[in-house]
Design a protein around this ligand. Structure first.
Ligand SMILES: [Zn+2]
Length: 695
């Protein structure tokens, strides 16, 4: 593809605006899409890389209801946060739009109307799930129940997230309203259906037979399985008030199904961009020669491989995707990422803890990308990728080259003498890298591509370590000129080839090597061009002045990683507390029963662990009445010296009893916090949850 420039429309799944985005989103969709788009631009292609916020659908209305605000408030808030995260991480969209924008409402309405006028829908009155208590129809996320395909008990009315199958709400076994928890009734309503079954044969030809070899096997396999099960008509309108109004007769009070309007958002975003740039948007969606690529996560395969293509085909004026390189899921420290359980690394929080380390996260996520199976992000791996690869290999090589060039030649690239065999070999290897990395990127194998980039840095590191210019400089200055020249060519190639993966570091390195200047010294063509590395004699010509060394990467210390692990541990504890079963209430106590108990505030004045026991502590308490001894089972949770002077609640008139020969005259009231630690009764203490018993 690198021979002649081509037109590409690259889409990245529209993020849903009911929360911020986390590393799973970045790893699954946006970083791979960005690597691909940046690479294609560097090859001189015409690229429209578009995305936008998905702002319709039921979860947003549910969230708005819960928070007592409008759906618009919710989408405005998260659209802002998400935009900022993308910008911070260098996701190079040509345009980022939102589906509440007018251009999108117009585009989606037009799209629906065209299909309607061409008779592409089935209009039908059917019985749909209805919540009598809430007085509304239950579509999509308003209803949960058991998935008829895999048995997942928390499937939604439009999709089971466990097996990925797309569902009609009435397919659910034991449906339950997400609003009131009621069992829904059935009520008649009129809707427009997309007859997917009529496209079954066409999909079979186009995807199952036509893309058996060029689509990823996880994507191809899923599509094949759904087609084997047989497709059915799906309603593309809903009885809701948040969304794009159904623009045809009889559509009052109804909106387009969110998954009908959302993918049209790619088209609207392209229009918005073209308008701003003074371009024509149509070739990007209607010219047969344009290559349309959808980057998504595996939960969106059904929408991008079946529903949206059927819409495009039925409409008739649009091209179809050439590929849908969907990724599997990323887990965090062995557990599924979850927004509701706060089991995530949020991008805006990451930047607070690791400012200016966007490239490190991009690198670690790509190195571990869930390209063929679910994969795991761990903080230890993140640290190792940074310290052992970015710092120790890439950063170390660049630093040596730039520092030595400044030291020996005041930063001016030396003119080489005759190449040795090792030099020839090294230059030949260097020139092979652009094609190797390109080939992996073009196959959507970004992990492999990035690993090759690091291999090029390894080549540079090894070359310097073997040639040892810092020793040679004392004996053979002429040879050192050649060695440094070769090393500078590798540094220059790294500056260019790292751009899709590590855009911030690449920019810093290009500046360090003074690329803009190099450009004018060469032929005037754009300097940072992929293929020129293989064809040009010199990447940084002799006589070119480079800048001073700056650190590209810095070490991440253990304590920074421990802080992140502690954060996750706290989340785990909070989740465990939320899930914990509360002991049932005891038998009713009469008021008389209560007044029998003499509860006093006491101060601990002495304490020591009882010898030869694990749990028992002998405590002397000043109860105001007297100073008495109480034996308490807290020795595993407190150190004696730490409880002196503490005020506690004492049951003073508990019948005395002997414990290991010591008379205990009363009881200090304790409770257990969420971590299972016994604590003195103080309901405000961290980790003490409602329902904890006191004894
Ligand atoms: Zn399922």
């Amino acid at each position: 593809m690198s021979n002649s420039p081509e037109r590409y429309t690259i889409t990245a799944a529209l993020p849903y605006t009911n929360g911020p985005i986390h590393i799973g989103h970045l790893a699954g969709v946006y970083v791979p899409a960005d690597i691909y788009a940046r690479y294609l631009r560097m090859q001189g292609n015409d690229v429209a890389f578009v995305c936008g916020s998905d702002e319709h659908g039921v979860p947003i209305t549910i969230k708005a209801k819960k928070e007592g605000v409008t759906p618009q408030d919710i989408v405005d808030k998260y659209d802002g946060i998400i935009r900022e995260s993308f910008k911070e991480f260098g996701i190079s969209f040509n345009n980022y739009s939102r589906t509440s924008a007018k251009v999108h409402h117009d585009t989606a309405s037009e799209f629906f109307k065209t299909m309607y006028e061409n008779g592409k829908f089935i209009e039908e009155t059917t019985k749909q799930l209805y919540d009598d208590k809430a007085g509304q129809f239950l579509a999509d996320r308003f209803v949960t129940g058991t998935c008829p395909k895999c048995g997942n008990e928390e499937a939604y009315g439009d999709q089971c997230e466990s097996c990925g199958t797309s569902l009609n709400a009435t397919d659910l076994i034991n449906p339950k309203s997400a609003i009131t928890g009621e069992v829904p009734s059935l009520k008649e309503t009129r809707h427009w259906f997309l007859p997917l079954d009529q496209y079954q044969e066409w999909l079979d030809e186009w995807i199952v037979k036509g893309h058996a070899h060029d689509w990823k096997s996880n994507v191809h396999g899923q599509v094949k399985s759904w087609l084997n099960d047989g497709l059915r008509a799906r309603a593309v309108t809903r009885d809701l008030d948040w969304g794009i109004p159904v623009p045809v007769e009889g559509g009052d009070g109804k909106v387009l199904y969110v998954w009908f309007d959302a993918p049209i958002g790619y088209i609207s975003s392209t229009k918005e961009w073209a308008e701003r740039e003074g371009k024509d948007w149509k070739p990007y969606w209607k010219d047969e020669n344009t290559r349309l690529i959808h980057f998504i996560g595996k939960d969106n395969i059904v929408f991008h491989c079946i529903i949206f293509p059927v819409m495009l085909k039925a409409h008739g004026e649009f091209i179809l995707p050439e590929n849908v390189p969907a990724n599997e899921f990323l887990n965090l420290e062995g557990k599924k990422l979850s927004t509701s359980k706060n089991w995530a690394v949020w991008l805006h929080e990451y930047l607070e803890d690791f400012p200016h380390k966007q490239d490190v996260l991009r690198y670690a996520l790509t190195a571990n990308a869930p390209e063929t199976k679910d994969n795991d992000f761990t903080w230890k791996d993140f640290q190792a990728r940074n310290n052992n690869e970015l710092v120790a290999i890439f950063g170390n090589f660049i630093n040596r080259v730039v520092v030595l060039t400044n030291k020996y030649y005041s930063g001016i690239v030396p003119k080489p003498n005759e190449y040795s065999e090792v030099d020839e070999q090294t230059i030949a290897e260097l020139k092979a890298y652009p094609a190797v990395i390109a080939s992996s990127i073009e196959k959507y194998r970004f992990r492999e591509a990035q690993a090759e980039l690091m291999n090029l840095a390894r080549l540079g590191n090894k070359y310097l370590a073997d040639e040892e210019p810092w020793k040679l400089i004392k004996t053979d200055e002429e040879r050192v000129k050649t060695v440094m020249y070769v090393a500078l060519q590798i540094a220059s190639a790294l500056a260019t080839l790292s751009e899709p993966f590590l855009p911030f570091s690449s920019a810093k390195l290009q500046k360090m090597l003074n690329f803009t200047d190099a450009e004018s010294k060469l032929s005037g063509e754009e300097y940072s061009q992929w293929d020129k590395i293989a064809t040009r004699d010199s990447l940084l010509p002799g006589g070119h002045q480079i800048g001073k060394a700056e650190l590209l990467f810095s070490k991440i210390e253990d304590k920074e990683i421990e802080k992140q692990l502690d954060k996750l541990e706290a989340t785990k504890t909070a989740n465990a507390a939320a899930d914990k079963e509360v002991e049932p209430q005891k038998e009713t106590a009469s008021f008389e029963d209560f007044t029998k108990m003499d509860l006093r505030v006491g101060t601990i004045i002495e304490a020591h662990k009882m010898p030869k026991t694990k749990k028992l502590m002998v405590i002397k308490v000043d109860t105001g009445l007297d100073k008495r001894t109480v034996v308490s089972g807290i020795a595993e949770h407190y150190k004696a010296e730490n409880i002196l002077g503490k005020k506690v609640t004492v049951l003073a008139n508990l019948a005395p009893r002997k414990l290991r020969g010591v008379a205990s005259e009363g009881m200090i009231l304790m409770t257990e916090n969420a971590q299972g630690k016994l604590v003195f009764v103080n309901p405000d203490e961290d980790g003490v949850e409602p329902g904890a018993t006191i004894n």
